[in-house]
Design a protein around this ligand. Sequence first.
Ligand SMILES: [Fe+2]
Ligand SMILES: [Fe+2]
Length: 302
Amino acid sequence: MIRLAHFSDVHLTARPMGWAGRDLLTKRVTGWFNLTSLGRGKRFQHAPTVADVLRRDLATRGYDHLVFSGDATMLGFESEMKLAAKVLGVGDLSLPSAIAVPGNHDVYVASAEKGRIFEAAFAPWQHGKRVGGADYPFATKIGNVWLIAVNSARSNANPIDASGRVGRPQLDRLRELTATLDAGPRVVVSHYPILEPSRKPEPWFHRLRDWDRVRDAAAACGVGLWLHGHRHGWYVLPAGADLPFPTVCVGSSTQSNRWGYHEYSIDGWHLKGRRRVYDPAAAAFTDADTFELKLAGEPRQS
Ligand SMILES: [Fe+2]
Ligand SMILES: [Fe+2]
């Protein structure tokens, strides 16, 4: 059995952010307006405090491995990325090992994506087996479970476009990588959901654009579970006719009144989940909902 902690969408920011002249022609301007005038900053005003408490839990609750599904920052500035990595304890040897993928806010503009600032700051949480020299996907085995990082985030120039895409080249590498993995459940860690809580794809400006191709490719690669964030409210989708494997959205770990993270115990192909919710009065996370899932892909007994 292994124990994991899954957290996401911490959306930390820094002062000063480090604005440059070229940023004035990007969606960072509308993002900043959203942050300062449209309430996003208020929703995350306690994020630094909550992230500190989260890190204490990550260090002390005996997890085998940590899972971070992206959106470390608000506007993808290097200053925010470095601060977020420090606050979350990236590279701190008193924390368990971890796997991390970027969210759309970590590649908010093209220069953040091309500059690989997420990969630089979160490098200690990106160790694994890869295909060639590509950053994604990569896979690491914890106990008998393969955790597979798939990057679904990309930069978008349009200020209202928060969509993602995995893309054919990465899916080809996923097929190549998974063909080399030995037995054990395969759990994808990615930022974007495949389906929203109603089991439909998200609206075009928020969805994984190639959600159906990704779903089918992941199923063909023997994926048994998809862990993600991006939507800030948590939900669990069991497998069904529209989804060959279950998916779990942990939501935002630091947004006021949505704050929480998940603990998973995986024993064979069986997962027990427990949600831990932040209690501002106690300045601590406390136990909340529990759920159980059967991972897809268990070999048949002969
Ligand atoms: Fe987010
Ligand atoms: Fe996101």
